[in-house]
Design a protein. Structure first.
Length: 81
């Protein structure tokens, strides 16, 4: 979301903890956040993967989290450098 979709990033920033806690179930009949987050996530991933089905290039935006995620996670746990 950070690299690909500002809308997805904003939705996750605003609703992420609730969506995770509620297992992406809407909290009302008009709560469109769960379905919008899932739709944007799937569309973004397909846009990145479809042109490169055989993985000739591994430089993909969707892999960005694998570069920064471990450091962020360890930092949050207080074990990072």
């Amino acid at each position: 979301a950070i690299m690909k979709s500002e809308e997805l990033f904003c939705l996750l920033e605003e609703h992420g903890p609730r969506l995770a806690n509620d297992k992406f179930m809407p909290n009302s009949d008009v709560d469109g956040a769960p379905s919008r987050v899932l739709r944007l996530s799937i569309e973004s991933m397909l846009e990145e993967l479809a042109p490169n089905l055989w993985e000739h290039s591994l430089e993909r935006l969707l892999d960005f989290g694998h570069c920064v995620g471990p450091g962020l996670g360890m930092g949050a746990l207080g074990t990072g450098d």
